[in-house]
Design a protein around this ligand. Structure first.
Ligand code: C5P
Length: 224
C-alpha cells in the first residue's frame, strides 16, 4: 500500500530533512507544503500586497487564482523545486524577507483553503511524505502515519543559521531565533489550521539525534 505520511512540527526542527530522507528510501514523493506558503508570500511581496506591517488581505485573496504553484524538476540539479507562475523560486523563498512575512500570509483563511485543496489533490493517491504544520490535523486527518517533530529552539536556530550561511544569506543567530519563535507563535495561535500536535501523532525530538539515527528511528516506526 502507498501510504500517506504526515510530518508536522515547529519551524526548523528538521522536518524536511526527515521527510526527504524517508521519501528517498521509500521511493515516495516529498511535498514541502511550507514552500507553497512561502511562494504565496513571495507573490505578495513582488506585487506590493505587503506595505510595512499591513497585508492587503482582500487584494491577495482576489489574486489567488493568478498564483500558480508547481513542484517540478530543475533541469540543472535534477531536484524538485517550487515554481511560482513558471519561475523557479526555490532559492528566493528561503530568504529572510520571505521568512519574515510568511506566517502572517499563512494565517489568511483564503490562502489556506487554496493550498490545502491543492495538497489534498497531490497526496490523494498516497506514496507521499508531506511536511508542514497542519498535515495530520487538516490536510490528511486520516493519514496512515503522523509524526510531530520538535527540537530545542536554540539548536533549531543554530542549524537554520548554518543552512542560511551556506547559501550565502547574511543573518545572525538572534534574528534567526527571533523569526523562528515569532513564526511558531503565529502558527500556534491562528484561527485557521493552527499548529497542533494531534493525539495520534508520534513525537520526535531531533535535538540530540544525528540525521542517520533519526532516519533509522522513523523508518523502524514506519515498518512496524
Ligand atoms: O516549513 P516552513 O518553515 O518552510 O514553512 C514556512 C511557514 O509556512 C511556516 O512558518 C508556517 O507559517 C507556514 N506553514 C503553514 N502550514 C503548513 C506549512 C507551512 O502554515 N502546512
Amino acid at each position: 500500500k502507498q501510504l500517506i505520511i504526515a510530518i508536522d512540527g515547529y519551524s526548523a526542527c528538521g522536518k524536511s530533512t526527515i521527510a526527504k530522507d524517508v521519501a528517498r528510501i521509500l521511493d515516495y514523493t516529498f511535498i514541502d507544503t511550507g514552500a507553497m506558503y512561502r511562494g504565496v508570500a513571495l507573490y505578495a511581496l513582488n506585487n506590493q500586497l505587503i506595505q510595512g506591517d499591513v497585508i492587503l488581505t482582500d487584494q491577495l485573496a482576489d489574486s489567488l487564482p493568478e498564483i500558480q504553484l508547481d513542484f517540478k524538476k530543475n533541469s540543472e540539479t535534477g531536484k524538485r523545486h517550487l515554481f511560482l507562475n513558471g519561475t523557479d523560486v526555490e532559492e528566493i523563498i528561503r530568504r529572510p524577507e520571505v521568512a519574515a512575512v510568511v506566517s502572517k500570509i499563512a494565517a489568511i483563511k483564503e490562502v489556506r483553503h487554496k493550498l490545502v485543496a491543492s495538497q489534498r489533490e497531490m497526496g490523494k493517491n498516497g506514496g507521499v511524505v508531506m511536511d508542514g504544520r497542519d498535515i495530520g490535523s487538516v490536510v490528511f486527518p486520516d493519514a496512515d502515519l503522523k509524526f510531530f517533530v520538535t527540537a530545542d529552539p536554540l539548536i533549531r536556530a543554530e542549524r537554520r543559521l548554518r543552512e542560511m550561511q551556506s547559501k550565502g544569506i547574511e543573518t545572525s543567530l538572534e534574528s534567526v531565533l527571533q523569526n523562528l519563535q515569532e513564526r511558531d507563535q503565529t502558527d500556534r495561535t491562528r484561527e485557521e489550521g493552527p499548529l497542533i500536535q494531534t493525539p495520534d501523532a508520534i513525537l520526535i525530538d531531533t535535538s540530540h539525534f544525528t540525521r542517520e539515527s533519526q532516519l533509522e528511528h522513523v523508518l523502524n516506526i514506519i515498518r512496524e
